[in-house]
Design a protein around this ligand. Sequence first.
Ligand SMILES: [Zn+2]
Length: 344
Amino acid sequence: MIIDIHGHYTTAPRALEAWRKRQIDALGDPAAAPRAGELSISDDELRETIEANQLKKMDERGIDLTIFSPRASFMAHHIGDFATSAVWSAICNELCHRVACLYPDRFAGAAMLPQSPGADPRTCVPELERCVKEYGFVAVNLSPDPSGGHWTAPPLHDRSWYPVYEKLVEFGIPAMIHVSSSCNPCFHTTGAHYLNADTTAFMQCLTSDLFADFPTLRFVIPHGGGAVPYHWGRFRGLAQELGKPPLREHLLRNIFFDTCVYHQPGIDLLTRVIPVDNVLFASEMIGAVRGIDPETGFAYDDTRRYIEAAPHLGPGDRHKIYEGNARRVYPRLDALLSSRRRPA
Ligand SMILES: [Zn+2]
């Protein structure tokens, strides 16, 4: 199987965006806020947006299944307060759930959380619980910076995050550490903020002993780990100076990187530097970079080509990257896939 662990519903019907605009316009006047029930999207509309986009590309590229979460840049936790995020998260998660129900062999859901600047992360637990228990979601996206580029939240090792981690461990689901749009003009959302956050999250874990407290907690750091693989020597050296164990021991039992790196040399570096057991196939297709690379003639985000062409990877390595690691890191996905296998 080829499992893409990083897909977002970037092509959701326009009505979703229109509803969100009404929600934002009503921020100063709660009485004018739209109710969740006022958003009406039919199954046919969902099918149209999926079949012409994600599913089409998955078929073209030979991707069997995508772990599918709400559009990351639209999470925009910095808008409004917890109540704003709670309604918005519930709506977006439900749409991903409906897509997974329409195409149960092709999509598995992952949740966005109703985070909000200054709100106790504990407030996200009920939505997390709902998405796992009611929807059968296999992962969540957790933003280390709900402020949208101002970094006002405590680092990921702060104990205020622990109630979320306790729930993740209890359910056996990983968190993809994923920020949303930047409202700080210094940081371009997908070109700077995302990659900064990936690097920052890794360093927050490095300086702490978070995984001593949560030995089975798993984080997936997307976009190839930001600057981490490229600067692996720096991180190893910093860990050494801080008296931490070697990174393989300190972090690589718990931290995994995806392959959303949009050129061959980048994938080659990622898969040479980071142990293959810690690399998960992903494309984040129809996302940040949607164009065709004139140097190759193929879409930048067609990451399967790079994995196929990486000269040092053997069939066993590719199997781990495409399927094996995902089934280990996302045990609820593994259970879902195993339960579908018909008895002989
Ligand atoms: Zn993403």
